[in-house]
Design a protein around this ligand. Sequence first.
Ligand SMILES: C[S@@+](CC[C@H](N)C(=O)[O-])C[C@H]1O[C@@H](n2cnc3c(N)ncnc32)[C@H](O)[C@@H]1O
Length: 264
Amino acid sequence: MSSTEDRYATPRLLAAYLEAEWSDFLWPDPGRGEPQRTTGRPEFYKKIPKLLFDSLGGEQPGRYCDIGGATGRTTYEMFHEFPSLTELVLAEPSAQFCLWAKRLLLGRVLEEGLYDWAPRVGDLHRPGFQRVESFPPVLQESGQKKIYVYEARAGEVPRPPGYFDIMTCLNVVDRVPDPADFAKAVGDLLRPGGTLVFASPMEYEEATTPRKELWVRDLKDLFPPDKWEVLNEVDRDYEARPYKRKRIIYATQVLILRKQGSGD
Ligand SMILES: C[S@@+](CC[C@H](N)C(=O)[O-])C[C@H]1O[C@@H](n2cnc3c(N)ncnc32)[C@H](O)[C@@H]1O
């Protein structure tokens, strides 16, 4: 594991992601024991599939991949926004996140009882733990529709180049050691003519990108115009709470990009 992925194995970060992605299901009553409301937090994950839908002009994609998908909320929303999808792949290097993604998306359990209590956003140095109140309805797989969760980085997704029709990669590029190499690994998985949603916070933050020279000020710099067409570019807020007394709203640059070429 690289140092960036190590960070995601901590209960404190798992707590922050479970809250940001799933608090509406896990703890639907926002008031209980909490000084701040937690409703409305997964809004970012709901907006991205709608933006993509609006850019596709009626296309019916079949194969989808989310890179750095954490505990799976984007995959969950994509499943519902695009009924035509036959394959949904979540690639995420943190083993803990994958475990929870499998439970939350598919109802798969490693061990009975393991998920009854979840890390909950707590004090600065220690997350709280809270009994899970309810789980989201599991996504229904069928012969034609499959969901895969892989413990993998962008360059390790077990599919051939040019495989996916649509992809998302949200708030990951600011944390990797080589942003250009990472963007290429993501783009290689998409078919020519396919569409990628690529997003990242606008503002440099030392805690997430310790080497300032790795900071990408404008995501378009990673996607040369001879290979990529920008279909849409918008700002969307992304909200997280690392501990009870700190709430961060990131202004995020969101690009919707079409990979040039017909694939013939
Ligand atoms: C800030 S989180 C974003 C999670 C989610 N996409 C979102 O928008 O909420 C960054 C995620 O990227 C994952 N990650 C880090 N390096 C990665 C890599 N090389 N390839 C794929 N995912 C990576 C981390 O494990 C973490 O889950």
